[in-house]
Ligand binder design. Structure first.
Ligand code: TYD
Length: 226
């Protein structure tokens, strides 16, 4: 039997997979764009993607979980995110990694553990197991956690003119639980996580992210071969 590898039980390790996590309004999209630009400058082929909604099927699931008018039972919500994840990993992430590309992804299973586990108060271990089953055990090489006080995040979202989706509309206490859950996940897996104070300027955060991933794209590293 071969030893387990981060991208999943059977996958040969190629490519590099970076996920960006954090509460709503923490600046994930800005950081993934900046990282993408830098990686391209390094000559790497980049797939920038997200969950929910990183595949055609995922776009349909995203519409349900974010915009359905009315309640969705917590377990149904968890299964919808897991379904999106299963298809996304199988059809987008794994093929890109197998081609040796860099996958930069907004949100992954840590979001499910934080939002459906701590936020909706389902069992965090069960939610993680569900996601790992959906994704056949695939875990990213690096997860950047953009940590931000939900009150500050809320002020940022208010400043944007976009209407709130189902999750963003949850109460402050929900977002406090989500934040605490992300921090606990990061503390449990310090090798995978890079935790950054997301109230810092975007350029500083981007530099910290680059410092963490640069050794992984260096020639000779397993994820470093173009
Ligand atoms: P996101 O794409 O970050 O929203 P936006 O387009 O507004 O930046 O995420 C959508 C929402 O889905 C977000 O509130 C968190 C939630 N979510 C979960 O609850 N569980 C999950 O597994 C994932 C991936 C996201």
């Amino acid at each position: 039997m071969t030893a387990p590898v981060p991208h999943g039980a059977d996958a040969p390790r190629a490519g590099l997979w970076i996920t960006i996590e954090g509460g709503d309004g923490a600046g994930k999209t800005t950081q993934s764009r900046m990282l993408e630009e830098w990686m391209r400058g390094e000559g790497r082929t980049v797939v920038r993607t997200r969950e929910p909604g990183g595949s055609e099927v995922g776009v349909l699931v995203r519409d349900i979980v974010l915009h359905h008018r009315g309640d969705i039972a917590p377990r149904a919500e968890a299964l919808l995110y897991a379904a999106d994840r299963a298809h996304h990993v199988a059809s987008v992430v794994r093929p890109a990694l197998a081609r040796g590309e860099v996958v930069i992804q907004d949100r992954y299973l840590d979001s499910s553990v934080a939002y459906q586990g701590a936020g909706r108060v389902l069992d965090a271990g069960e939610i993680r197991d569900l996601s790992l089953w959906a994704a056949e055990g695939a875990l990213p090489d690096v997860t950047v956690l953009l940590d931000l006080d939900p009150a500050l995040a809320r002020a940022r979202l208010d400043a944007d003119d976009k209407p709130f989706d189902r999750l963003e509309s949850e109460r402050a206490e929900f977002h406090e639980r989500v934040r605490a859950a992300f921090l606990a996940l990061a503390a449990a897996e310090p090798d995978r996580f890079l935790v950054l104070d997301a109230s810092r300027p975007a350029a500083e955060l981007a530099a910290a992210v680059r410092a963490r991933v640069a050794p992984l794209v260096a020639p000779g590293h397993v994820g470093g071969a173009p």
